[in-house]
Design a protein around this ligand. Structure first.
Ligand code: ADP
Ligand code: MG
Length: 523
């Protein structure tokens, strides 16, 4: 083969500086791109073999990533289908380049440049983010001589004959000075593990396989046991407590979506940690940021979703409008609601025990997603001061008998601080009123959402007013004090409470004589 020189056809001479400069913050993705290409090439040779278009030995198909600190190179070697010299011209000089060109064009028109950084599958040319020169040495599975491609990051390239006898491709990166951090073993391994942890072909680095090629989400749910799900959870989050339960997503049509979402155990003081779901595309790690893909309230879940149907090279606003993304979003919401509904029906007691954690998701869902209420209304639980749980319907029935205001509206009483409101709670109990506990961070919003969604129901805090004003039981006591006495009492108390309103009301005989109340609207 004679050495051939050429120029990569492009009108912007300076595409590489642009790639390098603007992808700088995320230049580690070069490894994701090159290793995925190696995976693709490996999958392709397997496919050719399985359909009888390649009858040679497949051999050991491991992909090897190595580095040489002295020579300042990183090499990605696969035993995939390889390329002929003509294929290099076609796939590397033309096709791969069009991806890079598209990136630059997109870059120019995008006003918020951070939006595309790292989202764009720049493909092969992302190598130039870290390398000053790139070599491809490749031998096709077809009967053709091995070839070498070389480019120094300008638009010039060179193709010549190569020595390689084994099928497959080596990509050799001559690392640029400003990217030498990638020649550090630990850095290289960390990036490799980050993007390649679940790639479908074994990846070897430093003589050990760094990935799990068949993670749980690509398996059939019926083949899996609880232990498998828990073990995978531990693999993802080594320090986390066991999850409460999980949902295995498995859709082929009309979009492709797999994954496992876990409900973590959450505490009252939970933090809104939204970086726990990992997004993959065909087992290639893409991002921790699933905003716009997973409904906001479900971003508190943990786990993995994998879909090749999520466009990655687009801006946020485009992503939100994308049909598949919308469908994926509502599919996940539905699956979660179905799962909760099943858990509730199958074992209500267990469901009630987990309500502290589940409730946070459900409440958050109701607050942030208008449609979620309809899916959840039958398993939303209200817990009273005695620890008994009621569904909304059950609770309405309970209130029907004893807790209505003068307009006939059902009045739920609640406490948000059981110890401080103890006197009011016992007052309520004397009247045989039930008191709910709403004491977590979302409850104020949750109460509002419930009042707007559930007909004929309102909630009042136990200390919002005297009971006779909150709930009309026709039990009103007559005030037995004369006008003079009332005045005296009023003045005495005004001295203590300043300018606040002092009211004199008749109470039950054994009730505490004085209480300070704060009306609902004042909070
Ligand atoms: P994409 O992977 O999206 O097609 P890339 O820019 O990553 O785009 O790669 C361009 C093309 O170069 C690939 O489609 C493939 O044909 C070829 N290619 C890249 N790397 C390899 C490899 N390791 N083995 C065989 N072909 C490869
Ligand atoms: Mg690629």
């Amino acid at each position: 083969m004679v050495t051939e020189k050429g120029t990569i056809s492009i009108n912007t001479e300076n595409i590489f500086p642009i790639i390098k400069k603007f992808l700088y913050s995320d230049h580690e993705i070069f490894l994701r791109e090159l290793v995925s290409n190696a995976v693709d090439a490996t999958q392709k040779i397997k496919k050719l073999s399985s359909i009888g278009q390649f009858d040679g030995e497949l051999g050991d198909l491991k992909i090897k990533v190595s580095f040489d600190k002295e020579a300042k190179t990183i090499t990605i070697s696969d035993k995939g289908l390889g390329m002929t010299a003509d294929e290099i011209k076609k796939y590397i000089n033309q096709i791969a380049f069009s991806g890079a060109k598209e990136f630059v064009e997109k870059y120019k028109e995008e006003s918020d440049k951070t939006q595309i950084i790292g989202q764009f599958g720049l493909g092969f040319y992302s190598a130039f983010m870290v390398a000053k020169e790139v070599e491809i040495i490749t031998k096709s599975y077809q009967d053709a001589p091995a070839a070498r491609w070389f480019s120094d990051g300008t638009t010039e390239f060179e193709i010549s004959a190569a020595e390689k006898t084994e099928r497959g491709t080596d990509i050799i990166l001559h690392i640029a000075e400003d990217s030498e951090e990638f020649l550090e073993e630990s850095k290289l391994e960390q990036v490799l593990v980050k993007y390649g942890k679940f790639l479908p072909v074994e990846i070897e680095f430093n003589e050990k396989v760094i990935n799990n090629p068949s993670p749980i989400w690509v398996k059939t749910p019926s083949d899996l046991k609880d232990e498998d799900y828990i073990a995978f959870y531990k693999e993802l989050y080594p320090y986390a407590e066991d999850p409460l339960f999980w949902i295995h997503l498995n859709v082929d049509y009309p979009f492709n979506l797999t994954g496992v979402l876990y409900f973590p155990k959450v505490k009252q003081d939970f933090q809104l940690n939204r970086e726990k779901i990992q997004l993959y595309s065909r087992q290639v790690f893409i991002t921790h940021d699933v905003k716009d893909i997973v409904p906001e309230f479900l971003q508190l879940l943990h786990g993995v979703i994998d879909s090749p149907d999520i466009p990655l090279n687009v801006s946020r606003s485009y992503l939100q409008a994308d049909g598949n993304v919308k469908r994926i979003n509502s599919h996940i919401t539905k699956k979660v609601a179905d799962k909760l509904s099943d858990l509730f029906k199958d074992d209500r007691k267990a469901f009630e025990e987990k309500w502290e954690s589940i409730g946070l998701f459900v409440k958050y869902g109701i607050i942030s997603d208008d449609k979620f209420f309809d899916r959840a209304k039958d398993f939303i639980l209200l817990k009273n001061t005695e620890g008994a749980c009621f569904t909304i319907e059950e609770y309405k029935t309970k209130l029907e008998a004893n807790q209505k205001d003068k307009d006939g509206k059902l009045v739920g009483l609640y406490a948000n601080d059981i110890s401080k409101q103890d006197a009011f709670i016992s007052g309520a109990k004397k009247r045989e009123f039930d008191v709910l506990v709403f004491d977590d961070v979302l409850d104020a919003h949750f109460i509002n959402a419930m009042e707007s969604k559930v007909e004929n129901l309102t909630f009042k805090r136990v200390d919002a007013d005297t009971f006779d004003k909150l709930i009309d039981k026709g039990l009103k006591q007559e005030v037995v004090l004369g006008e003079d006495e009332k005045k005296k009492v009023e003045e005495t108390f005004k001295e203590f409470v300043g300018n606040n309103i002092v009211q004199i009301e008749a109470l039950l005989v054994d009730e505490i004589p004085v209480s300070i109340v704060v009306p609902e609207f004042m909070r």
